[in-house]
Design a protein. Structure first.
Length: 320
């Protein structure tokens, strides 16, 4: 096992000394924990310089108005490619939005040169599974139609997700996207995704005590917020590792080697390739779960995003 990256450890210690450590999700009120997470991202995003066109939309879905932040690397309404990036953020289904993950989303758009839409889906436990899957499916289809109508651009898309967002991206594609929408998805890029609802793998046993941040206890807490009942863990919509993996677009993945989710990420790659699909996984040595939040600070994270950009541009070019 590698030791934690020294620069990552240094910034974690810096944040802890500034009162910006992880909230205690088992003791803090959810509103207080969400505020602490938002403060962490505000601190990490403080040096970010925004350099592209931005358009904030509010798209109605059932009883909600869903925030969608769109990033145009050149100018609003200008598409250098016929591929739109759809980003679903991480946060255990219970934390995060288009503001917290602003720098991550913008980094994706800037590095790739592709327009990106970041969906601030409804959070658990106020909304329970599978609400978010249906919501993200609807918003994805709505965005593609809206950009076609507003700008005359017939777009394909690449689904991007990290952690819980990777879960939503993959499971929604597999189980909720109809054939027409599936044909528009030319690839996926998934960072340290949650694919198995039972944290019992070897990597969970080795890394899941909380030493490196994410623990088995915390993962089970997140699942409890997301699901209405424990029996829902058996659903392949909740746990996409249990799904049939046929006829998938190319999938690029990335995860740190100190992330307890690494076994299920590698198992997903194996299952996809065994079914005839195309998938690869970048493993980042010395990194823990959630490393994208350090996209402004750490060299290895910036390098991972550059590799992401190269991978998704290959996906986009194949259909241009």
């Amino acid at each position: 096992m590698n030791s934690i990256n020294k620069d990552l450890l240094a910034i974690q210690n810096e944040m802890n000394s500034n009162g910006l450590g992880a909230p205690d999700i088992f003791k803090d009120e959810l509103a207080l924990a969400r505020k602490q997470i938002a403060n962490q991202y505000t601190y990490l995003n403080r040096d970010f310089v925004h350099q592209m066109g931005q358009l904030d939309l509010r798209i109605p879905y059932l009883d909600e108005l869903v925030n969608v932040r769109c990033y145009f690397p050149y100018s609003i309404g200008t598409f250098q490619s016929n591929t739109l990036l759809i980003y679903l953020h991480g946060g255990g289904w219970s934390f995060g939005d288009d503001d917290t993950h602003h720098a991550i989303a913008a980094s994706f758009a800037k590095s790739s040169g592709l327009t990106l839409a970041s969906i601030a889906y409804s959070l658990a436990p106020q909304k329970k599974h599978p609400y978010q899957n249906h919501e993200c499916t609807y918003i994805t289809e709505k965005l593609l139609n809206q950009f076609r109508n507003d700008y005359g651009s017939e777009l394909n898309c690449i689904l991007i997700g990290d952690s819980a967002g990777a879960n939503l991206a993959l499971s929604s594609y597999l189980h909720l996207f109809d054939d027409v929408l599936k044909k528009k998805v030319v690839g996926m890029a998934l960072f340290y995704g949650v694919y198995d609802s039972h944290p019992i793998s070897n990597s969970w046993n080795e890394l899941g005590d909380g030493t490196f941040g994410l623990s088995i206890k915390a993962m089970n807490w997140y699942w409890d917020q997301f699901l209405s009942k424990d029996a829902d863990r058996l659903s392949s919509l909740a746990a996409p590792i249990n799904s049939v993996m046929e006829n998938l677009p190319p999938i690029w993945m990335a995860i740190g080697d100190l992330d307890p989710l690494i076994d299920e990420n590698l198992a997903l790659v194996k299952k996809i390739t065994a079914s005839g699909g195309s998938s690869e996984c970048l493993i980042v040595p010395g990194y823990t779960h959630g490393f994208l939040r350090f996209c402004n600070q750490l060299k290895e994270v910036k390098e991972a995003i550059e590799k992401f950009a190269k991978a998704i541009n290959i996906m986009a070019q194949k259909v241009s």
